[in-house]
Design a protein around this ligand. Sequence first.
Ligand code: SDX
Length: 429
Amino acid sequence: MEKIAKLIVDGTTYELPIVTGSEGEKAIDISSLREETGLITLDPGFANTGSCQSSITFMDGEKGILRYRGIPVEQLAEHSRFVETVYLLINGDLPTGEELDRFSALLNDHSLVHEDMRAFFENYPRGTHPMGILSSMVNALRAFYPEIPERTEEEEINKTVARLLSKVRTLAAMSYRISRGHKVVYPRHDLLYCANFLNMMFDSPVKPYVFDDDVVKALNVFWILHADHEQNSSTAAVRLVGSSRVNLYAAISAGIAALWGPLHGGANQAVVEMLQEIYNCGGDLSPFLTKAKDKNDPFRLMGFGHRVYKTYDPRARIMKRMCDKVLKKLKRKDPLLDIAKKLEEIALKDPYFIEHHLYPNVDFYSGIVLRSIGIPLNMFPVMFAIGRLPGWISQWKESHEDPNWKLHRPRQVYTGRKERDYVPIEKRG
Ligand code: SDX
C-alpha cells in the first residue's frame, strides 16, 4: 500500500506519494507539487532534498554505515582491491576472475596519454595547484579522443570510462613529475593499477622504486574508501552537469572542480596543514579548539563533521588503523598522527562537538596515510579524485540510463526589486 503525505495549503488538502527505498528510507515525491499547489520547496544546501533514486551506494549517517552495491566498505577494504571495487560500482556486481582480468587488461590498454598533452603540463605556470591542472586536463581529453560517429553510444561510453579510469591516474603522476622537472615515468604493462601509479610517481633512473606490499595495499584501501559516497557535492555536480548531456569528460572535470574545495575533497590537505600549524605552535590544541567553537570565527576543525554522518565516519576508523599499520611497517613515526589522535580524544569528549555530532570524517586521517607513502601535500585532493572517479562514473551512468532522466534545473524564491522602468543615464544621479 503506497503511503501518502498530506499537505494543507489555504484550507486545501493535497496528497503527495511517499517513496520508500530498499533500506526503508522514505521521501515525499514532490514532482507534481508546483503543478498541483503552485508552491515550490526551499532547501538551501539540499540537506533535506533527494535528487534521485540510486542503487549504487547506501549510507546510514546515524549508524555509520557505508555499502557499495550492498557490500559493507569494511569488507571491501579488507578483501578487495581498488580495480575490483571499481568494477563492482560501475557494473553492479563483483567480477569473476576472468572478468576482472579482462577489465584490468582494458585499463592497462588505455593507460597512456597522447604525447601532445605533455606540452600542456610544461606550459602551466609552476606552482599551479594539481587539482586545477587535473580538471583542465580531463576536459582536454575530449579533444584528443573525439566521439567516433560509427560507434554505438554504449561502445563510446565504455571506451570513455576505461580511458578516464586509467588516464586520470597517469595524468596525476605526470603532473607531479613534470612539476618537479623530473622525467615522466610511463605506465608498465606488468604492474597492477595501484603499483603502477606508485611507480609512475616515484621511480627514478638512479633509484628504482622499491614496492612494499603494505604500501600498495594501503593505496588500494585508500582508493576503495574514497570510491563513492552517494550524492556528495562533487557527485551532485557530475550529475547536474551530465544532465545537460555534455560529454562525460566535461562532467568529470566539473566533479574535480567541486571536489577541490576545502569543505569537500580539499579537506584532506587542509587537515594536514592544520595539524602542521598545531605542531609548529608547540602542539597546544586549546587555541584551535576554542576557535573551532567560536561562532564568530570562520575557522573549522578540518576533518571533523559531516552532512550525513552524525557519528564516526566508518572510513575514518579504517584510515586511522591504516596510519598505524603503514608507519609501523615503514618504521616511521609521524608527530602529526599523535596530534590528530590527541585532537580526536579531546574533541570527542567536548560538549560542543558532542552536541553538534562532530566526529572525524574520511579526511581526518587520510592525509597521514598519504604522507607516509610519500604523496606531496598539494596532491592529496588529487588522490581523493582518483578514488572518487569510479563513483562519479557509476552515478553519471545511472543518471544517463534513467528513463525518467531530466535536465537538472532547480527553482528559486525571488527576493529582489519589484518591476521598475529603465532610467536614462542623464536622469540618474
Ligand atoms: C567530505 O558529503 C560527503 O559525503 C562528503 C565526503 C565524501 O566522501 O564525498 O564525505 C567527503 O567532504 C568530508 C567533509 C570534509 N570537510 C571537512 O572536514 C571540513 C570541516 N567540516 C565542516 O566544514 C562541516 O562539517 C561540513 C561542511 C563537512 C558539513 O557541514 P554542514 O552539514 O553543512 O553543517 P554546517 O556547516 O551547517 O554546521 C552545522 C553546525 C554549525 O554550528 P551552528 O552554527 O549550528 O552552531 O556544526 C558546526 C557549524 O559551525 N560545525 C563545525 C564543524 N563542522 C560543522 N564546527 C567546528 N568545526 C567543524 N568542522
